[in-house]
Ligand binder design. Structure first.
Ligand code: NAD
Length: 489
């Protein structure tokens, strides 16, 4: 358990940490349910100052820096994050309550790696050239060049704070933009710490700014309604995405939206049971189920159904709750009081709808941490696709399992959702794997795996799970403005 140090989180504007002139609110430790510090949020005028600083930096040296120089700075950022690995780790664990085993293997390493990945990407990014004949018998050469899109508003959720924020900031900076980041009100620390690292490696002031606060009538909305922001990249809930898209439509600003999901997993009779239980266990329960790609609807073929449920219930019961800083802890709390209320509300709804509880279903007592936001990994069966827990995103460590007979039936059930983020398909039949992956309407289909990420691949959702793709060259498409130059000679 970490010592009870109080923290004060400041805004980072124009290279300087500032108290802000807006609201002040307490920052809660999800494992204890107690405040451990405060956040000094940004007012409208602070957001103005951040956007102004980002604009000035764009017009200044950053906007004209050679690509090779930006690449070198991004690589330095990756090294510098790793050099302060323990500071980032502690800040992330404290804010989110996620176990050390997750934050040290996923969040912080990926936070650093994002800068390397997009440094590599921009270093080799090419554009098109077309030579053409002209009506008067001459020739013209078309080539395109990349220009920054401008000042990018980056609005982030709390579930993978550093990882998801740098997933946007790294390609935005690689393309020569400047950013104003609004981290989640629940997880302000690592974005703030990154400000120190930006200064340490010599990123010019104003290139990276952080404003704290909530969404509506707060820093989030001040940013999305600011007329001098050129584009927005957002990860979060679908209904927030709608509000951001509406705000961005004023002035026709582009948006990249990575939104919610209600992802289906499909397990066929011929699946390797052990490997499937391992993968599906992670897909349902990792990070206490607070992963947008997580599986909350499972369809299991009849022949393997009973054996699967038996093994799956054991998986759910095998997690160890405890101090997130302890290496042995495998299940942390939910992120906030608000979120535990939401998730436990769904646990109650499942009961009222008559779901059969195969595992979990309640809130555990965790010795010494009784007021934390703990909830049990939970498996339900017995409901159909109309039940709230089967259709609505819960974002907790829970899933509903339904048996099926034929492949077509599983595909139809999986597609019976307005969301379309991800799926995972478990089978040893190659043809079936290809068929199913091609038929489920999602942005990402995993076969015999889950959350296996090559950062060059397109990442994003279909339907209400988002607009656009980020990752590799796809990020560069969003974060740069392509200009065609046509020269007649
Ligand atoms: P959220 O939408 O409540 O909040 C996300 C961010 O938006 C926060 O910083 C919040 O302050 C801000 N915000 C809220 N209302 C706003 C408004 N009106 N204007 C401007 N900003 C506003 O989401 P959350 O609860 O932080 O995160 C969980 C959600 O994120 C889940 O739905 C999950 O599926 C989704 N998510 C999606 C992906 C993906 O890649 N598709 C990844 C992670 C999380």
């Amino acid at each position: 358990m970490k010592a009870d140090t109080q923290t004060t989180i400041l805004n980072f504007i124009d290279g300087v940490f500032q108290a802000g002139t807006g609201e002040t609110y307490a920052n809660y430790d999800p494992a204890t349910g107690k405040p451990f510090g405060e956040v000094l949020a940004a007012s409208k005028s602070d957001v103005d100052a951040a956007v102004g600083a980002a604009r000035a930096a764009l017009k200044g040296p950053w906007g004209t820096l050679a690509t090779a120089d930006r690449v070198a700075l991004l690589r330095k950022l990756a090294v510098a994050i790793n050099a302060r690995f323990d500071d980032f780790l502690e800040a992330e664990i404290r804010d989110t309550g996620k176990p050390r085993s997750i934050a040290s293997h996923i969040d912080i390493p990926r936070g650093a790696a994002n800068f390397d990945v997009f440094a590599n990407q921009i270093a080799v990014a090419s554009t098109e050239t077309f030579e053409m004949g002209t009506p008067d018998g001459g020739t013209a050469l078309n080539y395109s060049i990349r220009r920054p899109k401008g000042v990018i508003g980056v609005i982030c959720p709390w579930n993978l704070p550093l990882l998801l924020m740098t997933w946007k900031v790294a390609p935005a900076l690689a393309c020569g933009n400047t950013v104003v980041v609004k981290p989640s009100e629940h997880t302000p620390a690592t974005a703030t710490l990154l400000g120190e690292v930006m200064n340490a490696v010599g990123i010019p002031r104003g290139v990276y700014n952080v404003v704290h606060g909530h969404g509506k009538d707060s820093a989030g909305e001040f940013l999305t309604t600011h007329p001098d922001v050129d584009a927005y990249t957002f990860t979060g809930e679908t209904k927030t995405g709608e509000a951001i898209m509406a705000a961005a439509s004023k002035g026709v600003r582009p948006v990249s939206l990575e939104l919610g999901g209600k992802n289906a997993g499909i397990v066929f009779d011929d699946a390797d049971l052990e490997a499937t239980l391992e993968g599906i266990g992670r897909a349902c329960f990792a990070n206490t189920g607070q992963v947008c790609l997580g599986t909350e609807r499972l369809f299991v073929q009849r022949g393997i159904y009973e054996r699967f449920l038996e093994g799956f219930a054991k998986k759910a019961a095998g997690y160890r709750f405890g101090d997130p800083f302890d290496e042995a802890t495998t299940m942390g709390p939910l992120v906030s009081a608000e979120h535990i209320e939401k998730v436990s509300g769904y646990y109650d709804k499942a009961g009222r709808a008559g779901a059969e509880v195969i595992a979990g279903g309640g809130r555990p007592q965790v010795a010494g941490l009784e007021d934390g936001y703990w909830i049990e990994p939970t498996i339900w069966t017995g409901l159909n696709r109309d039940a709230a827990i089967v259709t609505e995103e819960i974002f907790g460590p829970c899933t509903h399992v339904m048996p099926f007979e034929e492949e077509e039936e599983a595909i139809a059930e999986a597609n019976a959702s307005p969301y379309g983020l991800a799926t995972s398909i478990w089978t040893t039949d190659l043809a079936r794997a290809h068929r199913t992956a091609g038929a489920i309407e999602v942005g990402i289909a995993w076969v015999n795996s889950w959350f296996l990420r090559d950062l060059r691949t397109p990442f994003g959702g279909a339907g209400q799970s988002g607009i656009g793709r980020e990752g590799g060259i796809h990020s560069l498409e969003f974060y740069s403005e392509l200009r065609n130059v046509c020269i007649k000679y």
